[in-house]
Design a protein around this ligand. Structure first.
Ligand SMILES: O=C(CO)[C@@H](O)[C@H](O)COP(=O)(O)O
Ligand SMILES: [Fe+2]
Length: 219
């Protein structure tokens, strides 16, 4: 059964603490926090202050997805704010190995993220150092976009690559994951499903999380 990481990008920010308590009570496994800088992606969201505020209202692992130019500058700040996982977009750093080790040196689990147009080859020489690989199944920047079907093949290939290398990284999938797409994402080999609108955009968080967790891989 996959882990479910609700993305607070689709939460009601005016009631963020309540929203986080509600998804925790409804069975969420992680909390996914999207950090956007208006440079790497065409949107601006939240920073370390929000991560530390979220840290105070939940004991769930905080999964911080950095969509920012030059992420090395902010890794220490996000680690101090209470991140459990920090993932960096491989497109934002020319020295991925250095960036991943900066994260690990902070005692935080490290992940790399690939955009829909980015090859898995970028990860080949770093796989053994990763706790998490995040496959973007939409172009990053906004919640509520449609799942890009070619992402399924990428998940499948990553699963095979990890097996060949005997690497232990979790596979996380982010973007357009909902009751209709989750089954195929799980069947392709995902361990962690991020979902924003498919949880926060619904009336019953418990039912929505259960639907994702139990999505039928045959669908
Ligand atoms: O990183 C991102 C978007 O860039 C995501 O985490 C979104 O927040 C997912 O939203 P949905 O597609 O699930 O609505
Ligand atoms: Fe995300």
């Amino acid at each position: 059964m996959p882990l479910i990481a609700p993305s607070i990008l689709s939460a009601d920010f005016a009631q963020l603490g309540e929203e986080i308590r509600a998804v925790e009570a409804a069975g969420a496994d992680w909390i996914h926090i999207d950090v956007m800088d208006g440079h790497f992606v065409p949107n601006i969201t939240m920073g370390p202050l929000v991560v530390s505020a979220v840290r105070r209202v939940t004991t769930l692992p905080l999964d911080v997805h950095l969509m920012i130019a030059n992420p090395d500058r902010f890794i220490e700040d996000f680690a101090k704010a209470g991140a459990d996982y920090i993932t960096v977009q491989v497109e934002t750093t020319p020295h991925l190995h250095r960036t991943i080790h900066l994260i690990r040196d902070q005692g935080v689990k490290a992940g790399a993220v690939v955009n829909p147009g980015t090859s898995l080859n970028t990860l080949e020489w770093i796989l053994d150092d990763l706790d998490l690989v995040l496959i973007m199944s939409v172009n990053p920047g906004f919640g509520g976009q449609a799942f890009i079907p070619g992402s399924l093949d990428k998940i499948d290939r990553l699963r095979a690559l990890l097996a060949v290398r005997e690497a232990k990284a979790l596979i996380e999938v982010d973007g357009g994951v909902n009751g209709r797409t989750a089954g195929a994402v799980i069947a392709a080999g995902a361990d962690v499903l991020v979902a924003g609108s498919a949880i926060f955009g619904t009336a019953d968080y418990r039912q929505s999380i259960a639907r994702l967790k139990n999505a039928d891989p045959g669908d």
